[in-house]
Design a protein around this ligand. Structure first.
Ligand SMILES: Cc1cc2nc3c(=O)[nH]c(=O)nc-3n(C[C@H](O)[C@H](O)[C@H](O)COP(=O)(O)O)c2cc1C
Ligand code: SF4
Length: 678
């Protein structure tokens, strides 16, 4: 038997969890009509098949109609949920993976202008900055109704064959009762800690009455709100003891912090550039104090840290949630001795940020996640071996190379630079974003293992490509920054890339005009302000950095607000002219009729990229498909078979930013879905 602490079973009452790795509750926003249907099931089944011991499904599955989801959660108040959850549970149980679900009432952490337009309810009138609804203060009939709703939902999950449930108590209704910041009720549900916990224990009693003593019930809760006036660590330890001593709770799932603003949420669930496992020691303290089964997750991205969490006795079950989104097969790879092949979560938080914008959770690094019904995590070998020549070793080119090599093809990559990475290499120069390079390094090491040839410093023209005698050519040459957007003075501005690459030194008084809303402008602001310069970041949008989503913005904002940086929205740069050694920036507005000027010594423009597509157009005439993509075949996962030129010698495709400026996910998704069928 293996001595790996991570692979030891854990006994949770009657339930044997086969190892120590779990996926904590996270709503990927895959439900259809509030139900976890095929996509949802396939997502969890893939991870169960690969060996994870416990998957805590959903995330904030709603128990009541006045807790409308803010991002497409499961509606646990509907009876039809039983059939869907049973199918999901059975699919995971088939692989020996235990299944639970997180149930909640969101309280004030939602909006009233959703679903049934019922008033938002909480233990007081204080509004949550993030979701902005002013809540109704709960009356006795609200409390009684919601207690019953919790018990009904728990009973549905028991009927669906789940191993257990957990109740959410950080930022939601349950701990809105706990916290002095949000509970201004009188006794019996307000006042002393005992009174503020009463709602929770009433819910637990109702669940136990309905589901019995054997059904597993845990609480995922903040054991320290870490905010003035909120629950302290002492309160948290007291609550932990009371939960344990109640005899109604089987495990504690420890969280530290509060989630009522984007920034606070980011401290609870840290993103790229933030510390690894920041709350692990704290969770360990709760376990040591209570000697009770303790679960925890927060940026434990790598197996070594997870192993330490178990070996040092800080946790009983360790959550690697986003890590399993990036690589569903973590446990299988540990068991096969292939830890070094795990696709690492790079903390980009594309997954979580997207759901807050109404999208479904997708992984920047792994385009098959959430698309298990259509895209493979393991690539099948092709029937015949072909020669695939790829130009460009950025994320698109390397993903194409990896997938083609998995198919068993001979693969040659030409890269003009001395190193791989393309735009990602530039992005990762900002220390806070250094983790991004793992997107490249993982693909390089997979390509290396499969014998892909990468020719660096190889500026491939059409002749170079033809000399390789390819069957398939993939142009993944990316793009170059586009700054020629002004009525006058385009020659006086530099691009964000010029700053990031170090080609242009920062000025002392700098206007950054961000018309793309993505990372380069923020990173340029970071680099320039770091030199002590005064920076104004201007956009014509209503928000700063509108493509950098909520949590991802937090570390950048923290840094920039501490420096001499101002943010200007709804104004746009029209032109730049020189006066002496100064630049005059002429500022206009889409709303019209007004003009301003700024006097600076440097203007930086961020306006995305234009495709580097010359090679593609040079190669088109010699191709069988004239570069055309059969979109139906692409979407349906079929082979590309268009024949537009019988004299053509190769199939030709271009992917990623060589087509149009998009993002890294689009680049790797282009590559996966095209190459998996080549
Ligand atoms: C897409 C997504 C949705 C999430 N939704 C929930 C949720 O509904 N309830 C919850 O308690 N945690 C939720 N989480 C937080 C995770 O359970 C976990 O605490 C967090 O991702 C940190 O762990 P990790 O670093 O291993 O990913 C979500 C996370 C992600 C990525
Ligand atoms: S999007 Fe980023 S944070 Fe989310 S799972 Fe993928 S790599 Fe990890």
């Amino acid at each position: 038997m293996t001595a790996d602490p991570l692979l030891q079973p854990f006994q949770l009452k009657h339930l044997t969890l086969k190892n120590r790795l779990m996926i904590t509750s996270h709503e990927p926003a895959y439900p259809e009509d509030g139900m976890p249907k095929e996509r949802y099931r396939a997502y969890h089944a893939e991870r169960a098949r690969a060996g994870v011991a416990l998957t805590m499904t959903a995330g904030s599955a709603s128990v009541s109609r006045d807790s409308p989801p803010v991002f497409n959660n499961i509606l646990a108040w509907k009876d039809e949920v039983v059939g869907w959850m049973k199918a999901l549970t059975d699919a995971c149980h088939d692989h020996g993976c235990a299944v639970m679900i997180q149930l909640t009432h969101l309280g004030r952490r939602t909006r009233w202008d959703k679903a049934d337009w019922l008033p938002v309810v909480s233990a007081g009138h204080e509004r949550e900055p993030s979701h902005r609804a002013f809540p109704k203060r709960a009356e006795d009939w609200d409390i009684a109704r919601i207690i019953t709703d919790y018990a009904d939902a728990a009973e549905r999950m028991k009927a669906a064959g789940l191993d257990g449930i957990e109740l959410e108590a950080y930022g939601h209704l349950m701990d809105q009762f706990w916290s002095p910041l949000t509970n201004d009720l009188d006794a019996p549900y307000g006042g002393s800690l005992e009174n503020r916990l009463r709602f929770t224990f009433d819910v637990l009693e109702a669940i136990r009455e309905r589901c019995g003593a054997e059904f597993l019930v845990g609480v995922r809760y903040t054991a320290d709100e870490d905010v003035p006036g909120g629950l302290t660590k002492q309160d948290g330890l007291e609550i932990s003891h009371r939960l344990k001593d109640s005899g109604m709770v089987d495990f504690l799932n420890v969280v530290r912090g509060h989630i009522d603003t984007d920034a606070a949420l980011t401290d609870v669930i840290p993103v790229q550039g933030m510390r690894s496992a920041p709350h692990l020691d704290f969770a360990g303290e709760v376990r040591a104090a209570t000697r009770f089964p303790t679960f925890h997750a927060a940026k434990i991205q790598d197996v070594a840290t997870a192993r330490h969490a178990i070996a040092s006795g800080k946790l009983d079950m360790v959550g690697m949630t986003r890590a399993h989104m990036a690589d569903p097969h973590i446990v299988a790879k540990i068991m096969r001795g292939e830890e070094d092949r795990i696709r690492p979560c790079v903390g980009a938080n594309y997954c979580l940020d997207r759901i807050y914008q109404g999208g479904m959770a997708l992984c920047l690094h792994n385009p098959a996640t959430g698309r298990e019904l259509e895209q493979p995590h393991e690539i099948a070998r092709a029937e015949s071996r072909r020669k695939v020549v790829i130009v460009g070793a950025g994320p698109a080119g390397l993903e194409a190379a990896r997938v083609a090599a998995c198919r068993g093809h001979e693969v040659i990559v030409h890269e003009a630079a001395p190193q791989a990475g393309g735009q990602v290499r530039l992005t990762a120069l900002t220390p806070r974003r250094a983790e991004m390079m793992q997107l490249i390094q993982w693909r390089l090491s997979e390509c290396d293992r499969m014998g892909v040839t990468i020719r660096y410093n190889s500026v491939a023209d059409a002749g170079t490509v033809r000399d390789d005698a390819p069957d398939v050519v993939i142009v993944a040459t990316g793009g170059l920054p586009h700054t020629e957007v002004l009525a006058d003075g385009n020659d006086l501005v530099v691009s964000a890339w010029d700053i990031l690459s170090g080609d242009v030194k920062p000025g002392e008084s700098v206007l950054i005009y961000d018309d793309a809303g993505d990372y380069p402008a923020l990173q340029a602001a970071e680099l320039i302000s770091g030199s002590g310069a005064r920076v104004e970041l201007m956009t014509r949008d209503r928000n700063v950095s509108s493509e950098v989503m909520a949590m991802s913005l937090t570390p950048a904002m923290r840094l920039l607000q501490a420096r001499d940086v101002t943010f200007t929205v709804t104004w746009k740069l029209d032109a730049v002219r020189r006066e002496g050694n100064r630049l005059i920036a002429e500022i206009g507005s889409d709303y019209g009729g007004v003009q301003r000027e700024r006097v600076v010594d440097q203007v930086v423009v961020n306006h995305g990229t234009r495709p580097l597509d010359e090679l593609y157009f040079d190669l088109r005439a010699g191709s069988t498909n004239l570069g055309e993509v059969d979109y139906d075949a692409l979407i349906e996962g079929r082979r590309q078979e268009l024949l537009r030129n019988a004299d053509g010698r190769y199939q030709l495709f271009r992917i990623g930013d060589a087509v149009a400026a998009r993002n890294t996910h689009a680049a790797v998704y282009d590559a996966l879905r095209l190459l998996k069928a080549v």
